[in-house]
Design a protein around this ligand. Sequence first.
Ligand code: FES
Length: 173
Amino acid sequence: MLVTEQEQLKAELQELATRHGRRRDALLPMVQEVQRRHGHVSSYAMQVIADLLDIHPVEVHSVVSFYSFLSARPLGRFVIRVCRTISCDMAGKDRVARQLENDLKIKFGETTPDGQFTLEWANCLGMCDQGPAILVNEQVFTGVTPEQVHGILEQCRRRFSAHALAQTAEHAV
Ligand code: FES
């Protein structure tokens, strides 16, 4: 991370800490906001948050590693989480997982080189009677079959192209 980026992030975190009251209970809202804005919570961000809230950096690390929606490493634009809990396991989550790995040419815990997709395991998503269940960012898909995987990925790619196109149009105005 460049020095200027670090300074920018530090200023952002100072503003967040002020907004949330510079207390220990500001920790979760702060890391959630950093995750939302930057796609992950870097070691540098964790250190600054610890300093600002006057807590040990280990506390920040444990919060980031405890919650599956937080990540210490950069994730792809689309994070695909496959439920690996028992009902989805019995409903065939392995076949869906293999298909995702084959289509994206990455393993679970990895991100595609273009930064578009990350594959992650998840625990029960609360859709146990409709497994296998997967979560693509905030969207849940249930009863997923390996045959549907291609369509789900295409849907993400189309959504990204539409978004990129809209941004280009916006900048052209
Ligand atoms: S076991 Fe997969 S959603 Fe509950």
